[in-house]
Every structure is written in structure tokens, then in C-alpha cells.
Design a binder for this molecule. Structure first.
Ligand SMILES: [Zn+2]
Length: 450
């Protein structure tokens, strides 16, 4: 049995003092407020929260931070830079990069990541000897970094509504939804304890409606989470209306792809009818505020989505920033900018999006709360840093703290971060620097021929 004693902890929707947490194996066995500290308990000064769920990630996009953000250009020119990195990745370099990125997430309090994975095949589009070599590299990377992973394996069949896969995109394609399904079936045969397999449709741009229906049917049959990029850019709506006469959300509905296990990622440019469809089917919406601002996507109608019935979650997506507290804060602050009104989401609602709702969206509803029986994840945030000193503990996490204030992380009963130090990856900045250098330096002649 392991024990922790938190100065403050977020339990049952309230911040309470002196909370004793006990775990047997990977589950909490007892959580009690107002308890004295036993001598064998690890002391957790500050505010202790459930582990954070980073619901939308493309680990390799981290290689573009501070390298593709300055200056002009559009979402689509950024995408060209991203494809250049995708073109460089192989299972070994991808595993090294993802391990470093997931370790950065662990330092920021993330205990589970939803990795939206579409880089499946060799540079010429042919499968690796193990057709899931890239997916397994990500699963191994998460283990090395002490983070659970939901591998959202994405079906990606075409370059646009009327365009074949082109250039680096040929690495993404399985040809048909049936071939995607057969490849994912092999992953489902052998899933390690820290991993969950989910399904994804890259977008309505990348998968035709009948193939979306096939992916959705497979996800339903196996009770897999189903994630899909939705209406991040207004151009997607325009092209979808021109090709099919309906919005992307209506197209997903027609393919029977909406529902409580589905998460629409971004959901930025929605009509009133789209919001009613998502809310009415209890389809989740994962917003990624730091990415959406960096890529000039626009502001989604998050308050309307929540009111309609869509559970909201958060992701750091392209990882221009890995700070889930900043994403949570931005959910409220971006809605203030959009509406010119304050007070859309309470601090407790923002923390719920970051924890319980997020883990459920990743297919793990047993995580995300400090309660007996739940997966024993916890994150402690310092209340005595220059950022948080003097703040009310109930508001400190979402209105004062940053990822730099995370001091302790426990994942399924196992300590991963202690006093701000990653226990499995000793030099996370060094690991990031060398992994990014390996995929951004000019190719050698030998690599060019490979
Ligand atoms: Zn994405």
C-alpha cells in the first residue's frame, strides 16, 4: 500500500484540507479529508488534483515549436512544415521523440494522452514488417515516459474531397476502411495495461462518407472511442458543402458516427444545427485553445456546445504549449473574448474537463477523480511559487498555476514526477533537443536512399 498526505486536495468538487490518499496497486483504496498525516505517508504540500487527460495530441508536431510559428502563412502553409517532419520519422526516431514529448507531458501533470495517430507506413506507402510498427513505437514511448496512452488509430484515405493522397500523405493511407480495420484488429489482440486502443477518422476531408460509416460501425462493435477532427477551418465547411451539400457535422451524423463515444476535435466553425446535433447525441468536443490560437483557427462556441449537451475536454494538439492548466484557463478566457462576457465555466467545471471528462473521452471512465476505486492518479501543484503565492487554493489551479508549478505526479499508483523531477527520463530537455535535432537536420545521403 502507498500513502500520500495532501495539504489541500480537490475531492468531490471541493478543495478540502489535510487529505489522506491510500492506494492498493493501481487504485485508490481510501480518500479521507481532515485526516492527520501518518508517518509513512509522502507529504504533498500545495493542491493535489486528479491526473490530467490530454485528449488530443500529435506527438511529432512538438518538433515544430518555435520553428514554424513566427511570421505570416496560414494553417495550410504550417501543414507543409509539419509534413516535412512527418517525412523524416521512422519507428526508432518516432519512439525517441514521443518518449521525450510524453515525458514533458508527465512533468506538466498529464497521466493519460489521446494520441491521434495517422503516420502508419513507410515513406513509399508500403507497410512496415509489422504494419503497426509506428503505433507500437508510440505505445512503448508512453510506457517509457510513465503516461497512459489511448492510441487513436486514424483512418486516412485521401488528400481532400476530390484529391488522392499526395507526397508525405501516402504514409497515412490504408487504402480502404476495411484494410484500416484489419490493421487495427492486430493491435487489439495484444494491448498492454497502460494502453487503450481507439478509432479515429482523420476528418471528413480525408475519409469518404461510406468509409466513415464503416469505421464508425467498427468502433461501435468494439466499444472503442471514436475521435474525428471537425470544422477546425472554415475552408473545410465550404469544401464539404460544395462536395456533399451538408456541413461536416451533418455528414458525420449521416454516417452514424456521432454519439457518446465520439469526440469531435476542435468543433470550431459550427452552425446552430451542428451544435444541436452534437449536443443532442452527447458527442464530446475536445478544444485545443493554444493550438487554435496559434493556427488562427478562430473561436469555437464552447458555451453553446456545453449547454447543448456536449461534454467538453482539452488537448494540447500540436504542442506549441504543453500546459493543460493553460488550456483549461483558455477555455473560459477565449469564451470571454468571443462573447465579451465573463463567467461561463466555473473552476470546478474547467477541472472536470481536464480530468474526469477527459479520461472518459479516452475510454477510461475509471480515472480522473480522487475517490476510492478510481485509478490512483494524482498531480500536485505548488501554492508557494511566484505565480501561485497568495492565491485562493480553489482558484489557484486554473487561474494562477502553470505547468511549471507541478511538483508531484503519480500514475496508477506509481510515482512518475517527484519534486519537479521526472523519475524515468532523467533529462527531458536533453531528450527533446536530441530527438528534434534527429528529425529536422538535413538528410544524409544514406537516409535519402532509404
Ligand atoms: Zn489534431
Amino acid at each position: 500500500m502507498r500513502r500520500w498526505h495532501a495539504e489541500w486536495a480537490w475531492v468531490g468538487g471541493a478543495v478540502l484540507p489535510h487529505v489522506l490518499l491510500e492506494a492498493e496497486g493501481d487504485r485508490f483504496s481510501e480518500v479521507r479529508a481532515g485526516a492527520p498525516a501518518p508517518s509513512d505517508a509522502v507529504r504533498l504540500p500545495g493542491l493535489t488534483l486528479p491526473g490530467f487527460a490530454n485528449v488530443h495530441s500529435h506527438a511529432f508536431h512538438r518538433a515544430l515549436r518555435g520553428r514554424a510559428q513566427a511570421g505570416r502563412g496560414t494553417f495550410w502553409t504550417w501543414r507543409q512544415r509539419m509534413y516535412a517532419v512527418a517525412d523524416r520519422l521512422e519507428p526508432d526516431t518516432y519512439r525517441a521523440l514521443a518518449t521525450a514529448v510524453f515525458a514533458e507531458m508527465a512533468l506538466a501533470g498529464v497521466t493519460a494522452v489521446g494520441e491521434f495517430h495517422y503516420l502508419h507506413h513507410r515513406r513509399d506507402g508500403s507497410p512496415y514488417d509489422d504494419p503497426n510498427a509506428m503505433g507500437r513505437a508510440l505505445i512503448d514511448a508512453a510506457a517509457d515516459a510513465g503516461v497512459r496512452i489511448t492510441l487513436l488509430d486514424a483512418c486516412y484515405l485521401r488528400g481532400g474531397f476530390d484529391a488522392p493522397l499526395d507526397g508525405p500523405q501516402i504514409r497515412f493511407g490504408d487504402g480502404t476502411a476495411a484494410a484500416w480495420r484489419d490493421r487495427v484488429a492486430a493491435l487489439l489482440d495484444d494491448v498492454p495495461a497502460h494502453a487503450t486502443i481507439g478509432a479515429a477518422v482523420h476528418s471528413v476531408r480525408a475519409v469518404p462518407p461510406d468509409e466513415i460509416a464503416a469505421v464508425a460501425a467498427h468502433a461501435r462493435a468494439h466499444a472503442l472511442p471514436l475521435h474525428v477532427h471537425l470544422s477546425e477551418q472554415a475552408a473545410e465547411n465550404t469544401a464539404c458543402l460544395a462536395a456533399h451539400g451538408v456541413t461536416p457535422a451533418a455528414l458525420l451524423d449521416g454516417a452514424d458516427a456521432l454519439g457518446p463515444r465520439t469526440v469531435a476535435v476542435h468543433a470550431t466553425h459550427l452552425t446552430d444545427a451542428d451544435i444541436a446535433l452534437l449536443g443532442g447525441t452527447a458527442t464530446g468536443a475536445c478544444v485545443c485553445p493554444t493550438t487554435e490560437r496559434d493556427l488562427a483557427d478562430g473561436l469555437g462556441r464552447t458555451g453553446d456546445l456545453a449547454a447543448a449537451g456536449s461534454p467538453l475536454t482539452l488537448g494540447s494538439d500540436q504542442h506549441a504549449v504543453i500546459d493543460l492548466l493553460e488550456e483549461a484557463r483558455a477555455l473560459e478566457l477565449h469564451e470571454r473574448l468571443r462573447t465579451r462576457r465573463r463567467g461561463h465555466f466555473t473552476a470546478a467545471e474547467l477541472l472536470t474537463a481536464l480530468t474526469a471528462t477527459g479520461h472518459a473521452a479516452l475510454g477510461r471512465p475509471d480515472a480522473g477523480s480522487l475517490t476510492p476505486g478510481a485509478t490512483a492518479d494524482l498531480v500536485t501543484v505548488a501554492l508557494d511559487s511566484v505565480r501561485t503565492a497568495g492565491a485562493d487554493p480553489a482558484e489557484a489551479a486554473v487561474y494562477a498555476a502553470t505547468a511549471a508549478d507541478v511538483t508531484h505526479v503519480v500514475n496508477a499508483g506509481r510515482p512518475v514526477v517527484d519534486d519537479g523531477r521526472h523519475l524515468l527520463v532523467p533529462d527531458v530537455p536533453g531528450a527533446l533537443a536530441s530527438a528534434i535535432e534527429a528529425v529536422t537536420r538535413p538528410r544524409t545521403e544514406g537516409e535519402e536512399r532509404r
